[in-house]
Design a protein around this ligand. Structure first.
Ligand SMILES: Nc1ncnc2c1ncn2[C@@H]1O[C@H](COP(=O)(O)OP(=O)(O)O)[C@@H](O)[C@H]1O
Ligand SMILES: [Mg+2]
Length: 317
């Protein structure tokens, strides 16, 4: 069952170097109790897509598109107001966990505040709920940890703390923007397992942003692949692993060590890197695409939809 959907999201930013076309017509949906991955290289518009949902873009952004959520259907520009009146219970966590925490206050008091100020609980009740939450995100000795400061904990522990803080607000959607990118592989796996457990236990929905296609197709239910501000392919992890159809998705898989050892690195997808200061009039991946045809350079491929899949390509695999 669908939790929310975005329809034809466009975001551009005026800048001294010209307009940045950051997101160019992205449509996707998230189901209840689903983990949706969004993958793509740096600058492809993953963060901006999610910041639009959270009403975090700032006044300079020019946006269009609609968000549907329960009985609400609003212009993307109205997300700030919708969130303010509690109509869109979503929370976001980021790559740099420590930056999201106050270094001068204990982690427990920062989480407890969400319960007292945000939800009107007494301080005793807030403390009890905080300790419960700390335990549920896998913090050992939660009573002792309540009084710890962020600098006394590891990166992985701090990311667990920001997850606990996000959950304290009882969101239905958690947006995690590269939450494991700064962590080593073992801790990354633990955080992913934690998110999966929370989804299974509570029916929470998660959007998980990453530049690592291998990670997201291991861990997420469905994956959206973005290139140069466009959604180029979306499918279940299983389908993508078995039969990726967009040449960019293919190239990303080939770039993963272990899949095709000869092409070990993402940077080795040949061709020009993406440019996003001109309005797209063609497939953004065409300059690097081994399956490019004439029309790929002069027309934007439309996003075709099937039940669980999306594809924007004139000459897919
Ligand atoms: N506030 C902003 N002002 C101007 N340009 C921005 C702003 N935020 C993001 N961008 C640009 O939008 C594009 C997409 O950025 P982003 O969504 O952060 O990429 P990703 O998260 O996929 O790495 C990039 O070219 C980035 O420089
Ligand atoms: Mg980003």
């Amino acid at each position: 069952m669908e939790l929310m959907s975005i329809e034809n999201l466009r975001v551009r930013f005026p800048s001294p170097a010209g307009t940045v076309f950051a997101v160019n017509g992205v449509s996707l949906s998230v189901d209840k109790g689903e983990i949706l991955g969004i993958v793509g290289e740096s600058g492809s518009g993953k963060s901006v897509t999610c910041q639009s949902l959270m009403g975090l873009l700032g006044p300079r952004a020019r946006t269009s598109g609609r968000v549907r959520y329960g009985a609400h259907s609003v212009e993307i520009g109205e997300m700030v107001a919708l969130r303010r009146r509690g109509g869109f219970p979503a929370a976001m966590i980021f790559q740099d966990a420590v930056a999201g925490l106050n270094p001068l206050r204990t982690v427990g008091s920062q989480i407890a505040e969400v319960f007292t100020f945000g939800r009107g609980l007494s301080s005793g009740e807030a403390r009890r709920r905080t300790i419960e939450l700390l335990a549920s995100v896998g913090i050992r000795d939660p009573e002792q940890r309540f009084t710890a400061y962020p600098h006394q904990m590891s990166g992985g522990m701090n990311q667990r703390i920001t997850i606990a803080m996000a959950l304290a607000a009882s969101p239905e959607l958690l947006i995690a923007d590269e939450p494991t990118t700064a962590l080593d592989v073992t801790v990354q796996a633990q955080i992913c397992a934690l998110l999966r457990r929370l989804v299974d236990e509570t029916g929470l929905s998660v959007i998980f942003i990453s530049h690592d296609l291998d990670l997201v197709t291991e861990f997420c239910d469905r994956v959206a692949v973005m290139y140069a501000g466009a959604l180029v392919e979306l499918g279940t992890s299983r389908t993508l692993r078995k039969r990726a159809r967009h040449p960019y998705t293919h190239a990303l898989f080939s770039a993963i060590p272990g899949h095709h050892p000869a092409l070990a690195q993402l940077e080795e997808i040949p061709g020009e890197i993406m440019v996003n200061t001109v309005e797209p009039t063609a497939c953004g991946f065409a300059p690097r695409c081994p399956r490019r045809q004439e029309r790929c350079g002069i027309e934007v491929p439309p996003l075709e939809r099937r039940t669980d899949e999306r594809l924007a390509c004139f000459n897919p695999y």
